[in-house]
Design a protein around this ligand. Structure first.
Ligand code: ZN
Length: 287
């Protein structure tokens, strides 16, 4: 039994009242962790990762409003790609949910809600459906998201991409797209379909044609890296200044004309917030 076959089996058995239903995580170490994309709906907080039977450390949770993916190279897709490449995600699941408010909100309602927030219609893109990726069916939205991931040049071909729907009332999972099936086929793309490449899509956006990603020169440093190196070089004591300072004396303050704020003398330790406990009365009110 593969990972998601076992997850669905355990989920359904648990909902049927089987007290012993669960996932034997040790049997699936080669298929974990799972990268999941869900909606931001707070009603989902109680279901994950428990509805999948996964421990927290094996569940990489990405969320956006409506679990929407707008293109094979969208911002969400880049997060999915990094979750696999950097965090080691082995399988991806797009998990929609029933009764999604994004599906229930019409474009005219959306326009009114933006207006109530001080955003006029003319300030928004012309095609709000395309721009936000709003959908009329939770199920179709999941299928569309899975298709985009499979088409993405950022996601490795050996990573199974599943589509599921969770019942917002019960937590029951429905397996809409079986990611293992697609792996057994040579290509998920229909005949004649041109899959996007980084160069092609960026080129289409940037110039319309003739753009070659390989010809572009990108800086090798990360965003913010150069600024941080600059700050560090400013904060390092100059050799002659260090020689003149008595041992243990605090470093001289930076000149007040410096355009950058003085860096901290040592890495600041961020305190861990104390655990928040709900008072029994609060917990009851929430129900
Ligand atoms: Zn939702």
């Amino acid at each position: 039994m593969r990972l998601f076959e076992a997850i669905l089996d355990a989920n359904h058995r648990a909902l049927a009242g089987d007290q012993s239903a669960g996932l034997h995580v040790a049997d699936f170490t080669g298929e974990l962790p799972v990268v999941a994309l869900t909606c931001v709906d707070p009603r989902l907080n109680r279901f994950f990762p428990g509805a999948l039977g996964l421990p927290e450390e094996q569940f990489i949770w990405l969320r956006n409003a409506g679990n929407i993916i707008t293109s094979p190279l969208s911002s969400t897709m880049r997060s999915l790609a990094l979750a696999c490449a950097v965090k080691g995600g082995r399988e991806i699941a797009v998990i929609g949910h029933t009764d999604c408010k994004i599906r229930r909100t019409t474009i005219s309602e959306l326009t009114e809600r933006f207006k109530a927030l001080g955003i006029e219609r003319r300030q928004l893109p012309e095609n709000l459906t395309d721009y936000f990726g709003v959908f009329a069916s939770e199920r179709q939205n999941v299928i569309r998201g899975v298709d985009f991931i499979r088409q993405s040049p950022l996601i490795g071909p050996r990573i199974p991409v599943h589509g599921l729907l969770v019942d917002i009332q019960s937590g029951q999972l429905e397996w809409i797209v079986n990611g293992y099936d697609a792996l057994d086929r040579p290509s998920a793309a229909p005949a004649g379909m041109r899959l996007p490449t980084l160069g092609g899509v960026v080129g289409d956006l940037a110039t319309g044609a003739g753009f070659n990603m390989g010809e572009m020169k990108f800086p090798e440093s990360k965003i913010g890296e150069m600024a941080s190196t600059f700050i560090q070089s400013l904060s390092a004591p100059k050799p002659e200044a260090a020689a003149q300072s008595p041992i243990g004396a605090p470093p001289a303050p930076p000149p007040t004309s410096s355009p950058l704020p003085p860096p901290p003398a040592r890495a600041r330790v961020v305190p861990i917030p104390p655990p928040i406990r709900l008072h029994p009365g609060d917990r009851d009110r929430r129900r």
